[in-house]
Design a protein around this ligand. Structure first.
Ligand code: NIG
Ligand code: FE
Length: 414
């Protein structure tokens, strides 16, 4: 695509260099972004950029423009549906009871095992296309429904297969190494975890199938002792670490994450004061997943304490067929503001700049600034406050990744 100037009545840059206490989002009224190939070549007042580039094509956005959204926690390469389980849950069954009855993660595992890699890739590509139509340009995608090396590989290879296709958001693959115990492990959590650390993890890493390793540490999942060797091995392999922690109980997962300088600790509904302090000290970001706690009818995580400790807040969809049956990051933002008490600015930064930073993409995307990727969302909305309501409809007019349109259409003017 030839260079173009995207103008907006309200350009939300999310650039810390433009932010002030009164304007944490660094908003430019009547702003413009010069897009040249895959990069942003300039950001500034509309009149100034128009005068400086009189011959360039103009795209006049009718509403707010933000960085493309970044969904830093998804289980995107899943198969099948757990709608029956959802009905049971709504009738009162608990997550742990559903899992104990053979539902939950292991149910999705059966669907993943039964599917060919090509089928997983096809479902994933369709899902990612729908995410792009919601303004999303970067998606972290976890495996974790295979529960054996071959099936985990199949999920990660589906992610790798889809990543270079036209129209896809930027993908960040994560090996969710410990998610649930497969029935064939015969109840031996420690043995299973030890095998993952010395077999599946190094094998899959050797093939370049992941950038991060994640583990689920909780009272009905894995313990700190079981998870530690996996995450330590990940660090020695040069991989980033993320952790599902404190969703049902604080069993020390967050302290483990902090000791390994993890990129993020995610969920955190039950994280305690010591964990929060450890996160703050080690610079571990908090990934908040309000769609999951909404489904599970849980109280929010201690957001005020995380904020007060200076922990950076990320908001993600947790897209999965069980606890967060949604593909919508905008819905997660709505729930973060309505249910968790985040300001709109906190939520939006948590789905742009902070999310990108948590994925090691801080110098790449998440902010509108010259030199970064031209990842943009054009909204049919007058103000960023409108992003978190109305609910349930997509108000993204167009989504641009690396200067190319992923979804929607650009309103050319000149
Ligand atoms: O992030 N907490 C564990 N894992 C997922 C749930 C996955 C599932 O139920 O399929 C989560 O909520
Ligand atoms: Fe999750």
């Amino acid at each position: 695509m030839p260079p173009f100037l995207l103008t907006s009545p309200r350009l939300v840059t999310c650039d810390p260099a433009r932010a002030t206490a009164a304007d944490p989002l660094g908003v430019l009224d009547e702003g413009a972004v010069l897009v040249d190939g895959p990069r942003i070549a300039g950001v500034g007042p509309r009149a100034e950029l128009l005068a400086r580039h009189p011959d360039v094509r103009v795209v006049a956005a009718p509403g707010v423009v933000t960085p493309g959204l970044c969904d830093a926690h998804t289980h995107a390469p899943w198969m099948g549906s757990r709608d029956g389980e959802y009905a049971l849950r709504m009738a009162g069954a608990g997550y742990e009871a559903i899992a104990a009855a053979g539902g939950g993660i292991v149910a999705t595992r059966r669907a993943v095992q039964a599917a060919a890699r090509e089928a997983i890739a096809a479902d994933l590509a369709a899902r990612l296309g729908r995410m792009a139509s919601l303004g999303v340009t970067t998606v972290e995608a976890k495996s974790g429904y295979g529960l054996d090396e071959a099936s985990e590989r199949k999920q990660l290879e589906a992610v790798a297969e889809v990543a270079p296709r036209a129209g896809m958001p930027r993908l960040v693959p994560t090996f969710l190494a410990l998610h649930a115990l497969p029935p064939e492990a015969g109840g031996d959590r420690a043995g299973y975890a030890a095998r993952v650390a010395v077999e599946a993890l190094p094998h899959l890493a050797a093939d370049g199938l992941m950038r991060f390793v994640d583990v689920y540490v909780d009272r009905s999942a894995f313990s700190v002792a079981e998870a530690r060797p996996v995450l330590e091995r990940a660090r020695t392999l040069g991989l980033g670490v993320r952790i599902h922690a404190g969703q049902f109980a604080d069993v020390g997962g967050v302290e483990l994450a902090a000791s390994l300088e993890a990129a993020s600790a995610d969920h955190l509904e039950h994280v305690g004061a010591a964990g929060i302090e450890a996160m703050a000290r080690a610079g571990v970001r908090a990934v908040l997943l309000p769609a999951a706690s909404f489904t599970l009818r849980q109280d929010p995580p201690p957001v005020a304490a995380l904020r007060a400790a200076g922990v950076s807040l990320v908001v993600a969809s947790d897209a999965n067929p069980g606890t967060a049956p949604t593909e919508s990051l905008p819905l997660a933002l709505s729930l973060a503001v309505r249910g968790y008490g985040l300001s709109v600015a906190e939520a939006l930064l948590g789905a742009t700049r902070e999310a990108a930073a948590s994925l090691g993409l801080g110098g790449t995307t998440g902010v509108l600034r010259a030199g970064l990727a031209a990842d943009l969302a054009i909204w049919d909305l007058p103000h960023e406050n409108a992003l978190v309501q109305p609910w349930g409809v997509s108000r993204a007019l167009a989504t641009i990744r690396d200067g190319e349109v992923l979804a929607g259409a650009l309103p050319w003017r000149r």
